[in-house]
Design a protein around this ligand. Sequence first.
Ligand code: ADE
Ligand code: ZN
Length: 324
Amino acid sequence: MQAFIEQMPKAELHVHLEGTLEPELSFALAKKNNVPLDYQTPEELIAAYNFYDLPSFLTIYYAAMKVLCEEEDFYQLTWDYLSKARSQETLYCELFFDPQAHTSRGIAFDTVIRGIHRAQIDAEEKLGIKSQLIMCFLRDMSAESAMEHLLMAEPYRHWLIGVGLDSDEKHNPPVKFAEVFRKARDMGLKLTMHCDVNQLNTLVHISQCLDDIQVDRIDHGINSLESDTLCEAIKARGLGLTICPVSNRFVVQSLTSNEIRQMLEKGMLATINSDDPAYFRAYLNENLIELQREGNFNTEEITTLVGNAFRVSWLPEPEKQVYL
Ligand code: ADE
Ligand code: ZN
């Protein structure tokens, strides 16, 4: 089964580029940019990855970004992730990035997006892995800041496929960003939002995603299973759910294999993803392999999960068909 998963052509729809920052690259960039780190070795840093909820992860995730300073650093981060993904037979990725986490440290928006874009072009040409970029807004920052960043992105509109919403969900509902997402849709961008597992008011958040924002996809969305109405609406609209099993394990001590099986049984379009693979120490293959073991999924179920990622991807329809 492991070999079957490893050799399958795969797509990844939920990966934060900043969450692919491996400790080794972090130390190399810290040295190059003269940035002090709180740890002496990559091993010591990894030992500090004992997350138990979303905020405990986000604190370490944002602190580590201070080593990303120049365009070349964003290039390297993106190139390294795409190389790793390609080595796992992942042929297509939709990549999240968090510009506000960089502009708030004085790094120019252009520096971030130019480095990422250049690596995407090179990786497609030299490695044969295609990717598209999704700009995320940090939901614990203001809607005004999100709008400013959407305006900053306007000259780069054609380097983006969509916008997303991530970071701390508590007291930061989807409707806080209704105007920003309306404008993004008017710009021709696709819309997605995080509804992380077991968050406060999660069913309200999922319902706002569907009715107020009219998202094109939901990131995580595991708790939708608690409501038949939400499940029906998600299914009727053909919305994909980007589930991240190893990421979930930090919060609910399970790879959510039961929930993923229920989604498959209901005909919901669940997909498997890695979220922040450098922090959760699992890329796409490891997520699929561990999930298969926990849930004892058969080859048909795994094929459906992997196929769903291509089905609900934001690739043009003819390109999807190549993989299905
Ligand atoms: N930013 C990076 N990873 C995230 C996650 N899993 N949830 C919310 N925000 C994030
Ligand atoms: Zn995420």
